[in-house]
Design a protein around this ligand. Structure first.
Ligand SMILES: [Zn+2]
Ligand SMILES: [Zn+2]
Length: 255
């Protein structure tokens, strides 16, 4: 009797979860493969599909992949690629199931910009290989969700902004010139909050993540000092807003 009960408990423990919906990072990788190999001309057994399935299984965004049923297996990857067909103006077949809104968003964003898509895909894969802790665990889930280039590259971006040496130097320079305030809206933490805000400001790294190269380190001139509000707004917009763009937007609103 006990034996039977134990078996049941074990069974319960190994119940697998349904596959989570595809995230932006994953769709970026799938779409990049789509443009290299149209799903109509390959099968789910194609070398590149198998490769992508492996990569998706190692992306640190859905927790432990073995907890799901057939997580991103080659068939699933191939199906996801086929989902893009319905959006492709060069395809005139029919009978495809409807896909997600995010698929459409990612398609619209990158169909006209395939070289950026390639760069992003390359950088996502490279970051996953690096496996540093900053990349494997979420920093700010809500912010990650809206970051145009996906969760992994949001973490890479944040990592660059926390590059302690350069950031310190940037702040030091501003302090010496008595200019430790937001370069966009002039918000000054010390002036508003007093002592607790003294010396506080955030750093934004202005080089788009699609243009990161592995060896290029954060440079002083690539950083701007921003308040927390302006920083969030910079991260929200796609394509990436520059300092001047955001200033223009604010000016338009205030008129
Ligand atoms: Zn600001
Ligand atoms: Zn930033």
């Amino acid at each position: 009797v006990n034996f039977k009960k134990e078996n049941q408990i074990q069974e319960l423990n190994t119940v697998k979860k349904r596959n989570p919906k595809w995230e932006r990072d994953e769709l970026i990788l799938a779409l990049e493969l789509y443009f290299r190999h149209n799903p109509n001309s390959i099968s789910a057994k194609h070398q590149e599909v198998l490769k992508l399935s492996k990569i998706l299984n190692s992306l640190p965004i859905h927790g432990i992949s073995s907890e799901y049923v057939n997580f991103r297996n080659p068939n699933g990857v191939y199906m996801k690629m086929s989902n893009f067909l319905r959006l492709d103006p060069n395809y005139n077949g029919k009978g495809l199931e409807r896909g997600s809104k995010l698929e459409e968003e990612v398609w619209n964003e990158f169909y006209p910009n395939k070289s950026k898509l390639r760069d992003l895909a390359k950088n996502i894969k490279a970051s996953v290989n690096s496996k540093t802790e900053e990349i494997t665990s979420p920093i700010n889930e809500e912010e990650e969700e809206v970051f145009p280039e996906g969760k992994i590259l949001f973490r890479v971006h944040k990592l660059r902004e926390r590059n302690v040496g350069v950031v310190k130097k940037k702040k030091q320079q501003a302090l010496e010139k008595n200019e430790l305030y937001c370069e966009i809206c002039q918000f000054d933490f010390f002036k508003t909050y007093g002592e607790i805000g003294e010396g506080f400001i955030e750093c934004h790294h202005t080089i788009p993540v699609s243009e990161y190269t592995e060896k290029k380190n954060t440079k002083l001139q690539d950083l701007i000092l921003v308040c927390s509000n302006c920083h969030r707004m910079l991260h929200r917009r796609r394509p990436w807003l520059g300092k001047g763009d955001l200033m223009n937007l604010m000016e338009k609103v205030s008129k």
